[in-house]
Write a protein that binds this ligand. Sequence first.
Ligand SMILES: [Fe+2]
Ligand SMILES: [Fe+2]
Length: 169
Amino acid sequence: MVPVSQLSACVTPEATLDQPVEHLRACHRRIEQRLEALERGAAGLGTQPDEARAVIAKSLRFLETNGAWHTEDEEQSVFPRLLAKIAPGDREFLRQLSEQHERVEALVARLRETPLDDPRFPSAAADVARAYREHIAFEETRLLEVARVALNPAEIAEVAAEMKARRGL
Ligand SMILES: [Fe+2]
Ligand SMILES: [Fe+2]
């Protein structure tokens, strides 16, 4: 059993921060759950506004904390360690992922700035969900496998330590 102090919202007992690559995958599933909740909330604003607002607030908070940490894990801890040792094609893949990170971040920021009663809110939420899902699917085509092959045990331990520090653990 993993002590509660070692858990972040993305961590399951099978994917602790000591197993960074598995943790990234587990975090993708949690992000997808929150995207689904976000869209559900956006769709329910007209009929069940109180419940919808609470679900939206919780989902946005998750994306801005755990979602942002997850992107930092990749951009600051994983990608730099991979860049030195991967093939040019994989370096291009990482560049595309970074571009997608910026796009998703901008869409989340736009959604945060859109008032809930703005008729554009549901489509702004749908844009976040679509871009995030597409990014995750694209990332999972190669990133986890590349990381597994390229990172040695010492680097994995360094990544894990940085991920914990990022979360104040
Ligand atoms: Fe990513
Ligand atoms: Fe990711």
